[in-house]
Design a protein around this ligand. Structure first.
Ligand SMILES: Nc1ncnc2c1ncn2[C@@H]1O[C@H](COP(=O)(O)OP(=O)(O)OP(=O)(O)O)[C@@H](O)[C@H]1O
Ligand SMILES: [Mg+2]
Length: 251
């Protein structure tokens, strides 16, 4: 239970992180999407974008309302978030990634059974977010787990919608090997940060142009058949750390 003093402090913190006193609108709006692909060249701000989404989840939802799973093949992009009470699983190895997918899949099965039993059409419990920072690391080598990983991921993405299970994946390499068609069609929202070529831009948002964006700070977002240009709000490491410190102190 949050005390009055804790709530006040929390508000102040969010206020300082963002002068409007709330999580940036772009991220809050995007969290309503189902599955999101975020693509861009090295250093184009994919992790910054992902951190903005995570920050908005942490700022807007309690740990009972949002369950976050993190797959971090690069090992240092998301590690600091494991202390957040919302984060239920963190993996930085392929074996760990499969384990996380199994856990999310069991949640999906349990929710599906519950919905059938109670004759529901939409699940009304917490939202599960599965973040994958670098899909290419898990999809492009010839190890035996690649097929298993992509089969499980596709299943979660296809069947998670009514069950409030969302996947947010990042990639440096928007190519067919990384996002084969059966995966790509399940991303209802695609974000192209600066891309290396017009072909890559087209692969992500359906049109060229992301190759002309500055190195970071802007993107094209495609959703529902529309493509829009956006500036990317930046939440610094220091702001994120403040939020983490706050939670670890008050939880
Ligand atoms: N929206 C932004 N506003 C200001 N600076 C930004 C923004 N996005 C990225 N940067 C700067 O670019 C740096 C690299 O961003 P980031 O680590 O998110 O890139 P990345 O695409 O995840 O790179 P990699 O492919 O190596 O993982 C950041 O540390 C930050 O300094
Ligand atoms: Mg990154």
């Amino acid at each position: 239970m949050m005390t009055k003093a804790a709530k006040k402090h929390f508000k102040e913190l969010i206020m300082r992180a963002n002068p409007q006193g709330k999580a940036p609108k772009l991220y809050v709006d995007l969290l309503k999407e189902h599955n999101i692909l975020i693509a861009g060249s090295v250093g184009s701000g994919k992790t910054v974008f992902e951190t903005g989404l995570l920050y908005s989840i942490f700022a807007k939802s309690s740990a009972n309302d949002a369950e976050v799973y993190l797959i971090d093949p690069k090992q240092f992009e998301l590690r600091h978030f494991w202390q957040m009470p919302h984060v239920r699983g963190y993996a930085d190895t392929p074996e760990g990634a499969l384990d996380i997918l199994d856990r999310v899949e069991s949640i999906r099965e349990a929710r599906s059974a519950y919905m059938k039993q109670h004759n529901l059409r939409v699940f009304n419990g917490s939202t599960v977010y599965l973040f994958i920072d670098e899909l290419a690391d898990l999809m492009t080598n010839n190890r035996p787990y690649v097929r298993e990983f992509s089969d499980k991921l596709v299943k979660i993405m296809q069947l998670g919608r009514a069950l409030k299970i969302k996947v947010i994946a990042l990639t440096q390499q928007p190519r067919r090997e990384v996002t084969p068609a059966r995966l790509q069609v399940n991303f209802t929202c695609n974000v192209a940060l600066h891309c290396r070529s017009a072909i890559e831009s087209r692969q992500v948002v359906g049109i060229p142009g992301a190759e002309l964006l500055p190195q970071y700070g802007q993107c094209y977002i495609s959703s529902n058949g529309f493509v829009e240009h956006h500036y990317v709000p930046y939440i610094t490491d220091q702001r994120t750390q403040e939020l983490i410190d706050w939670y670890t102190k008050w939880r």
